[in-house]
Design a protein around this ligand. Structure first.
Ligand SMILES: Cc1cc2nc3c(=O)[nH]c(=O)nc-3n(C[C@H](O)[C@H](O)[C@H](O)COP(=O)(O)O)c2cc1C
Length: 422
């Protein structure tokens, strides 16, 4: 199966970031059609019928999320989650730089659908260039009347604001993002209430990922059946997969969901230097590692990857060849999570501290005889006990590498190798 570019149309259309090029290729026609010819509920029903699921990690049905927004509470907000801080994840970066208007149009359609008149695009703190591109695109679109007040005489108007993030991984978590956008410390909030009911400034708010919203104009243009004809029944559409690590051609590949791992790896040129595959992290640093034996024939959709005991998440595949020691990988990922833990809850704050020191000792070959068992004890104290998923993400690589690559730990540590899981 080849790549299919619904979001990364910029690969075929040079200059798509420019308003004139975007408009020449049908840009902003769907927003115009929505506000002049469709009722908001019709837009929600169409997106529901398409089966579009969130591309930010959890795969939650987008139309359903929009339908949770109360109709009679004002103001309401759309927030574009452009925080993209997951290791090995660089798709929203390309979308934003090369196809920004498709994100703005998708977000404005979402705003019309739920009755919001303000869109915030919350950008990763380091995305200076992306923010410049987005601000220029917003200004161009507003000057041309594609966004702004009283769109096409419909009486409906929408304003779009580009906001810098706080430069912290936790600010990608939707409730921490909202606190950060309000100028507070970026720490997660208790759910419920969910943002759709009480989000930004305690008002109804839809938070959607950049890639999710960039799919929306195409769904309006081609219809729900077209969207469902791509991908699988439960995971329709395309997904941009970020492939990094030990491959010949790292990069973004937009594939129909359900495409096999083998095809994706072939697109990326295979494992580099003619070496053998050892393992793959399928969702950046945030999911259990998959061993090479689990990969052949694996369909890349939410259900199939979940069936392996891991997750598809944001589809950020970090590929590791036979030379990589998995105890070292655990050390690297946990160093990231220790740095990024927001400190709000003790299992994550303390757990990542202990895991950082233990995995560093093990990876350096300086472990005591009980250190690997101690890692397992610590992850047991984290799993299911953290306030937000960051802590859950943090423990997944140490746990899964101990279970699946016991020999790598034995090689680095004085501890007896723990029994490998089936
Ligand atoms: C620690 C953490 C970091 C996250 N980072 C991001 C991110 O950078 N971008 C994103 O879209 N979603 C991220 N999410 C998921 C969001 O909380 C939320 O589910 C998503 O933005 C919803 O959009 P979607 O339904 O379109 O996927 C993160 C979640 C967690 C727990």
């Amino acid at each position: 199966m080849p790549e299919q570019h619904v979001v990364l149309r910029n690969r075929e259309i040079p200059g798509l970031a420019r308003l004139d090029v975007y408009v020449a290729h049908g840009g902003y026609a769907q927003l115009k059609r929505a506000v002049t010819e469709m009722q908001p509920a019709e837009v929600i029903d169409l997106v529901k019928a398409s089966g579009l699921r969130g591309r930010g990690g959890a795969g939650f049905p987008t139309g359903l999320k929009w339908s949770f927004v109360p109709r009679d509470l004002y103001p309401k907000y759309i927030v574009v989650n452009n925080d993209e801080s997951e290791p090995g994840t660089f798709k929203d970066h390309e979308i934003t730089l090369e196809n920004p208007h498709q994100v703005i149009e998708g977000a404005a359609i979402a705003a019309y659908a739920v009755g919001a008149e303000t869109v915030f695009i919350y950008c990763r703190g380091e995305f200076w260039q992306e923010m410049d591109v987005l601000r220029a695109a917003v200004a161009e679109a507003r000057a041309a009347g594609h966004i702004g007040p009283n769109l096409h005489g419909s009486g409906y108007g929408v304003e779009v604001q580009v906001s810098p993030g706080a430069g912290a991984y936790i600010c990608g978590e939707e409730t921490a993002l909202l606190s950060s956008l309000e100028g507070e410390l970026g720490q997660p909030r208790l759910k419920p209430p969910f943002p759709a009911v009480a989000g930004l400034y305690a008002k109804p708010t839809v938070v959607n990922n950049t890639e999710t919203l960039a799919n929306v104009p195409a769904i309006l243009e081609h219809g729900a059946d077209w969207f469902k004809s791509i991908g699988t029944e439960k995971s329709p559409g395309t997904k941009i997969c970020c492939v990094s690590g030990h491959v010949e051609r790292p990069g973004n590949y937009e594939i129909p969901l359900g495409t096999s791992w083998d095809e994706l790896l072939a697109m990326a040129g295979g494992v580099w230097k003619g070496r053998r595959l050892k393992a793959v992290l399928p969702a950046g640093a945030s999911a259990p590692v998959l061993a090479a034996e689990q990969m052949p024939g694996l369909a890349l959709d939410w259900e199939s990857v979940a069936a392996t005991g891991s997750i598809l998440g944001s589809a950020s595949f970090i590929v590791m060849d036979e030379t990589v020691n998995m105890a070292w990988v655990a050390k690297k990922t946990i160093a990231f999570f220790k740095h990024e833990s927001c400190g709000k809850c003790s299992p994550c704050r303390e757990g990542t501290w202990w895991l950082k020191h233990l995995t560093a000792r093990i990876a350096a070959g300086e472990a005591g005889p009980d250190d690997v068992a101690l890692v397992t004890q610590v992850v047991d104290q984290m799993e299911g006990k953290c306030f937000c998923p960051l802590g859950e993400f943090a423990q997944s690589v140490p746990r899964s590498t101990i279970e699946r690559f016991a020999a790598d730990y034995a090689e680095r540590s004085a501890a007896p190798a723990p029994a490998a899981a089936d």
